[in-house]
Each structure stands twice: as structure tokens, then as C-alpha cells.
Ligand binder design. Structure first.
Ligand SMILES: [Zn+2]
Ligand SMILES: [Zn+2]
Length: 350
């Protein structure tokens, strides 16, 4: 099946219309007509080859929502017309200890990403959601239970949503817990909404006073301007958990000092240059941990989507056409988006 897509042929080339082939659905496959695709920072890093190893042509996109157009003979969980999503993963070994626990994102044999991962399908690597259609194994398809009119704003939950939900859930954000979210961007704005909905006392950290009102509107109970040392000192030793979504190198001690005994600072942003080494004294005097977290498994992603549907949570988005994608990337680099771009895939047919 030939599908219209938007992708790049080289790191220094803009994205352009490109025809790609999708495999005919096999017995366990679901064919999806894509309605919207969110734009993640990983898309930009991959398509511009900032992380090395980009395979071209590159069609990014792993915040996919749409409708089922065909299912294979063995598929029982989905039928034609269902509203579904696909996130960052489209395959894993299904046999290792991590897969057995539903933690496909830690598959010991290496999982298959929705784009830029080796696959048997042409052209030899996966092509993502900046396209009109995709064919995915039913084990990696998610059911979407939000109202249809919210569909575009659901798309970013598939990466930004699960990237923040998974660590908040794992470290038990909830009533009686004081939880910090560092950075108010694509990830951070979801982190604030989700931590608040989980019932945690949610504190947003930002470097800019201008974001205070926005953070409160997103659901923060308090906002701390991280550039103000007195504001930081006041909260020393008081946090159970801090989720750091910042993708630039910064001093982690500023946050480990704010943790209670046994508190955890969890990193989900990947800096282009390493963070300065953390101060060990701050960690050992309080048995504090610095941890990392990577998206979430399929079972947990479904749980997150259902939680967000129940709580009425979607991303704050700005809709764009496929033709506007390079301009959108340039604005993302400047953090000039509230808070996630989503591509209207109908524009690919224009
Ligand atoms: Zn992503
Ligand atoms: Zn595995």
C-alpha cells in the first residue's frame, strides 16, 4: 500500500512530501488511517541527525492517533472504525523478562521504535506517523476512549503523556506527596496535569516568572522560580519526588537538595551535553536517588490513556499542517510553543 508521508532524505534537507509503502496487514496486524500526529523533540533530533544513526529517508512521528481501516484474521481486540493510538514502540521480542512484565520499553533484545528502527519492511527501517496510514502489530495498538473531538489533543499523550505518567506512577505520586515538575514544556505541562490529577501536591519549577500563571492554570499548586535562590532554599528537604523534564545541561544539586530523605530526582530529558556531576554529600546525607525513566510499556500506556480519559486530561496543542513542520521545529528549538505541535494529517492530501 502506497501512503503519502512527509519526511527528509538527509540531515540538512527540509522535510518534503514522500510516498512510502506500508506492508499489507498480516494476521496480527491493524491498519490505521492516521488523523493526527504530535511533534516530539525526538523527531527533530532524529530527522536532523543530532543523535547519530539516522536512517534516511526519515519519516518521524510517534504520537499517532487515528481510526482502524482493516484488521488481520487473528486480531480480536480491535475492529474497523475503532479510534486508536500508536506511541513510540511497534515491536519487541515478547520473550525476555522485561517484555514478560509488560515493560517492552526495556526489552533486552532491543525494541522496535515507531521510526528509525531496523525492520523487515521496506525500506529496511520503520517510518513514523507523519503519514496517512500505518500498519502495526495489534499488541502495540492502544484503545482511545476520549471523546472524538479531543482526538488531536490526545496525540501527545502517546509520548509526552506516558513519559511523565510512568515515573509519577512508579514513584507513587498521590495524596500526601509533594511532587516537583521541572520545566514547563511539552513534557512538563503533561507532568503538571497528571501529578495534579493523581492527587499529589504539585509544584512547578520554571526559570521564568512569565510562566507562573500558565503553570497554575495547568494545575500546579505552587510555582517556584528556580533562578531565585531564596525561593529554592525555602523548600529544602521537602520533596518526595521531583520529575526533571529539562533537555539542557544543568546543575542537579539544586534539586537533590530539595528532596526529603529517600526522595528521588528522576530525569526524563536528555541533555545534548552531560549535566555537571552531582554532589555526592547531598545524596548520601539522606539516601537520595537520581534516577531515569523511559516512556512506558504498552499495558501502562493503556492505563495512562484510560486515566487521562477519565480525568479529562489532554495536551495543550497548536495544530499545524505538514507543510509547516520545519517552521514548527525552529519554533520548538526556541521553546516557542504551548505546549505541543500536532500535525493535521489531512493536510498531507492537500
Ligand atoms: Zn517522543
Ligand atoms: Zn523483550
Amino acid at each position: 500500500m502506497v501512503t503519502k508521508a512527509y519526511g527528509a532524505y538527509a540531515a540538512d534537507k527540509p522535510l518534503e512530501p514522500i510516498d512510502i509503502a506500508r506492508r499489507p496487514p498480516g494476521p496480527h496486524d491493524v491498519a490505521i488511517n492516521i488523523a493526527y500526529c504530535g511533534v516530539c523533540h525526538s523527531d527533530l533530533h532524529t530527522v536532523r541527525s543530532e543523535w547519530q544513526g539516522t536512517l534516511y529517508p526519515c519519516v518521524p512521528g510517534h504520537e499517532i492517533v487515528g481510526h482502524v481501516t482493516a484488521v488481520g484474521s487473528e486480531v480480536t481486540g480491535f475492529k474497523v472504525g475503532d479510534t486508536v493510538g500508536v506511541g513510540c514502540l511497534v515491536d519487541s521480542c515478547q520473550h525476555c523478562a522485561s517484555c514478560a512484565e509488560g515493560l517492552e520499553q526495556f526489552c533486552e533484545k532491543g525494541w522496535t521504535g515507531t521510526y528509525n528502527s531496523p525492520t523487515r519492511d521496506r525500506p529496511g527501517h520503520t517510518l513514523g506517523g507523519y503519514s496517512q496510514g500505518i500498519v502495526v502489530s495489534d499488541r502495540f495498538v492502544l484503545a482511545i476512549r476520549h471523546p472524538e473531538e479531543q482526538l488531536a489533543a490526545v496525540a501527545p499523550l502517546l509520548c509526552a503523556g506516558i513519559t511523565t505518567y510512568s515515573p509519577l506512577h512508579h514513584w507513587k505520586a498521590g495524596p500526601g506527596k509533594k511532587v516537583g515538575i521541572v520545566g514547563i514544556g511539552g513534557l512538563g505541562h503533561m507532568g503538571i496535569k497528571i501529578a495534579h490529577a493523581m492527587g499529589a501536591h504539585t509544584v512547578a519549577f520554571t526559570t521564568s516568572e512569565s510562566k507562573r500563571e500558565d503553570a497554575l492554570k495547568l494545575g500546579a499548586d505552587e510555582v517556584i522560580i528556580s533562578r531565585t535562590p531564596e525561593a529554592m532554599t525555602q523548600h529544602a528537604g521537602s520533596f518526595d519526588f521531583i520529575l526533571d523534564t529539562v533537555g539542557a545541561s544543568h546543575n542537579l544539586d539544586a534539586y537533590t537538595r530539595l528532596l526529603k530523605r529517600d526522595g528521588t530526582l528522576c530525569l526524563v530529558g536528555v541533555p545534548g551535553h552531560p549535566h555537571p556531576a552531582p554532589d555526592v554529600f547531598t545524596l548520601i546525607f539522606g539516601r537520595k536517588a537520581i534516577a531515569g525513566s523511559l516512556i512506558g510499556g504498552i499495558r501502562e500506556t493503556q492505563e495512562m490513556l484510560d486515566f487521562c480519559a477519565e480525568k479529562g486530561i489532554v495536551a495543550d496543542i497548536e495544530m499545524i499542517t505538514a507543510q509547516e513542520i520545519d517552521e514548527a521545529y525552529d519554533r520548538m528549538v526556541k521553546s516557542d510553543v504551548k505546549y505541543r505541535f500536532v500535525i493535521d494529517i489531512a493536510s498531507l492530501g492537500a
